[in-house]
Ligand binder design. Sequence first.
Ligand code: MV4
Length: 446
Amino acid sequence: MFSRILIANRGEIALRIIRACHELGVETVAIYSEADKDAEYLKLANDAVCIGPASAMESYLNIPRIISAAEITDVEAIHPGYGFLAENFHFAEVCNDCGITFIGPTPEGMEMLGDKVKAREIAKKARVAVVPGSKGEIEDVAAAIKIANKIKYPVMIKATAGGGGRGMRVAHNDISLHGAFAAAKAEAEAAFNNGAVFIEKFVENPRHVEVQIMADKAGNVVHFFERDCTIQRRHQKLIEESPCPAINEKTREELCKAAIRVVKQTDYSGAGTVEFLLDKNNNFYFIEVNTRIQVEHPVTEMVTGHDLIKWQLRIASGEKINIKQKDIKLRGHAIECRINAEDPSRDYAPSPGEIKKYVPPGGLGVRVDTHAYQGWVVSPYYDSMVSKLIVHQKNRDEAINTMKRALREYKIEPIKTTIPACLEILSHNLYVKGQIDTSFIERHMQ
Ligand code: MV4
């Protein structure tokens, strides 16, 4: 195991990684921007280095500054968390070139599975169903029209480098395909500096289900079952749960085995998430792979009892996975609500500012992952997520009850948060019945 690592991130995930490290006897170096200088979690780290001003470009995204901090503090490895540089294969390459272990896949693994067109081909080779679509990148509208007429409308144009729903457009006929193609390409060019797009049949009102996998450097791959992340608003997940309430044991096993087959096609290592769309008839289709630990990893930890951040550290330090797939068991039901500093009554407008009153919920089966506390000032510079509330219970109905009880206890004032929105969703009869799809919020939450 490493003796000291640097955490190239901020907020709740930085604290989450500090906790895992200290339980493993690993020293931690935190980095922070001027906007985060008062964060309490910095005092828990063994060392903390200011790397620049509030702007992420000059701090958490600035590779030379992060590498300098790592060299000054003599760390052996860097954990990137999620967001920022977590899926930047150039950063992983720089770490390796500097003799610092990047806690994540190899740059090649990130590049292969991070590219959606390449990942599609890898999934096909693994005999995993993909959404019908183009073989590779599509160069022009004429080619797009040809494929769209073969696979039939509606279709979706997607950026190969895409993420967060950017560079994605739906088209219902040849006429609208012209605009959709140009818009997706322009958005991809602006957002990712890469205008490459491909085309897929549009799956209407699917569920979003993803499988957590972990791979070691010796080629062993295990899964930690699935998460249902269907409750989203504008591609921002709001509530996640595990297991997925819509699938039976047989589908679950097929889904998880499919995820493992995809990953085994490459020499991937570390944590990964294989994303699928689930249609009305419970057919699942591979869509993409996230080559990082995800925000919603705690629901998987609660139902499996495995600390996924510790697994990342063990694998990066060269340890093999010493457990058998059959010994990873699903126990009960977990739900996570994302508490963002946003005002649901004003179209989820950002609501930064000082937290003057902070009272977290507690009790059996309640977990709060946050760096927030009374006196913490939520900065307008970064993502609005201030806390994750996770509950674990024997079954889904009890988990919903515990979550509602915990959300009502949780006081974060006077800033506005997504607590009331989460409560409203959890109280909706269709959510309770598990009858949800990705359009749930826009259709049922005014
Ligand atoms: C799709 C899709 C339907 N058909 N692909 C969204 C983000 C990225 N992870 C993949 N996403 C989707 N890809 C095909 N071929 C539906 C989604 C999707 C979605 C689309 C619109 C509104 C909300 C959504 C939530 C999750 C997934």
